[in-house]
Design a protein around this ligand. Structure first.
Ligand code: ZN
Length: 114
């Protein structure tokens, strides 16, 4: 028998609903998802239970949890230095593209000299 936080279950549920329902351009990579869950959980009170109590309605009201999750998504989006997996992948692609462009430019100069 273990201890759970009902609001953790609710935050995950709301986040999954938002992720499925919206094509808003939010990133839900594991890094961003964990950041959103942590920020949302810090905005709602914990509501712990043991498995035997699970048949009861537990946790903060759904609108409160949804507001916390949406607020966390917006806060994360507003962090300019936030580097999620998708952001790192974009940076890597920009780097490899610029290397490829540099090579192409060098080859073109070499071909002009011939
Ligand atoms: Zn991300």
């Amino acid at each position: 028998m273990s201890v759970h936080n009902a609001n953790h279950d609710r935050v995950l549920s709301v986040l999954n609903t938002i992720r499925r329902a919206e094509k808003s351009g939010h990133c839900f990579c594991p890094t961003c998802t964990n950041a959103i869950v942590a920020m949302a959980l810090n905005c709602v009170s914990p509501h712990y239970y043991v498995e035997q109590q699970r048949d009861q309605e537990l946790g903060s009201p759904w609108p409160v949890v949804e507001a916390a999750v949406r607020d966390a998504i917006e806060k994360l989006r507003a962090q300019p230095d936030h580097l999620c997996l998708r952001g790192q992948l974009k940076s890597y692609r920009r780097l490899t593209d610029s290397i490829a462009a540099g090579r192409a430019a060098n080859e073109s100069k070499t071909n002009q000299k011939k």
